[in-house]
Design a protein around this ligand. Structure first.
Ligand code: ATP
Ligand code: TZP
Ligand code: MG
Ligand code: MG
Length: 291
């Protein structure tokens, strides 16, 4: 397993470094290879483009080593995985691990069915993930918890209180030596040494499909250009994503979840353009605290 570096990350650092990272992403346009579910293909590709990455959606592991050689990142999203697809996932994970290419795992619906519980365990045995992100039920399943059931891909009502979520996320990150993100109204993220709670975002994100999946694509895009401090890359992705959602929801044209989606893509793009022009004011809206 790869070990993680852990430089301190102060609030001042966050407001200064985050727009810099978004600027770097836009100038490098890294490849973001998505092995994702059938529901979000188009939305995820548009989000990757809006934040400044170059997306490719490919579920074919026969081309994985070619794609891994382009120096980008990989998203493994279990949303609509089949047994055949699991083999493609494992082969592609091996290709990226062998060149040190960053991988984000989204174990969609991991706690819902036996297939998915076995699937996430098989993927975790099969390789190293730089970041694992999921909702509460998914991250609890990643930790090996049983005796509860997700009803589908949604987490449903929160079962753990915030302190318990913080403890769980921190302990999995320390054990797996990676970054763990548990999303929700408040996101909890840790690399085992540094842990943060982020309370940006908007309830419309909970009313559209693919907001968790495309957050994964956003974070993976940043991992492609920030290899050293993976926690900083992930925090940057979360803040860019959630502050864009807040800005979009305020638009006059946005009347509900349907009109929110295009406005959200516009705001991701606007934040990228502002960052490229060295206007990092947007990051001052970060609602992040150490936990
Ligand atoms: P679920 O299916 O349980 O909704 P998910 O995989 O879609 O899970 P979410 O937990 O919804 O993922 O998180 C996706 C993004 O939406 C995260 O950035 C999260 O912070 C944000 N989000 C979700 N619900 C809210 C909310 N009520 N208020 C603010 N942000 C939210
Ligand atoms: N069914 C299988 S994957 C998927 C659905 C509805 C998309 C889930 O997206 P998210 O981002 O976890 O809400
Ligand atoms: Mg959601
Ligand atoms: Mg999800």
């Amino acid at each position: 397993a790869t070990s993680i570096s852990a430089p301190a990350l102060s609030h001042e650092d966050i407001v200064r470094k985050i727009p810099e990272l978004v600027k770097r992403l836009a100038s490098k346009k890294p490849l973001c290879h998505n092995m994702t579910n059938l529901v979000v293909q188009n939305f995820a590709a548009n989000v990757a483009l809006a934040v400044g990455a170059s997306p490719i959606m490919s579920n074919n592991s026969m081309e994985a080593s070619d794609l891994a050689s382009f120096g980008g990142s990989l998203v493994i999203n279990m949303g609509t995985t089949t047994p055949e697809m699991r083999t493609h996932h494992l082969n592609t994970i091996a290709a990226y691990n062998s060149v040190g290419g960053p991988i984000l795992l989204d174990p969609v619906g991991a706690g819902a069915t036996q297939q998915r519980r076995e699937g996430v365990a098989a993927l975790m045995r099969g390789g190293y993930f730089d970041v694992i992100k999921g909702n509460e039920g998914e991250i609890r399943t990643v930790s090996g918890a049983t005796g509860f059931k997700q009803h589908g891909v949604d987490s449903g009502a929160s079962n753990l209180n915030l302190d318990d979520r913080v403890k769980l996320v921190k302990s999995i990150a320390a054990k797996e030596r990676n970054v763990i993100l548990m999303t929700g109204e408040v996101d909890v993220i840790s690399d085992g040494k540094r842990t943060f709670k982020i309370s940006n975002g908007h309830s419309y994100l909970g009313e559209i499909t693919g907001s968790g999946c495309t957050l994964g694509t956003t974070i993976a895009s940043l991992l492609a250009i920030e290899r050293e401090d993976k926690l900083l890359a992930a925090v940057t992705g979360i803040l860019m994503y959630e502050i864009a959602a807040e800005r979009a929801a305020k638009k006059e044209s946005v009347k509900g979840p349907g009109s929110f989606v295009p406005a959200f893509i516009d705001e991701l793009y606007a934040i990228r353009q502002e960052s490229a022009a060295e206007n990092g004011e947007w990051a001052k809206g970060a609602k992040i605290e150490s936990a």
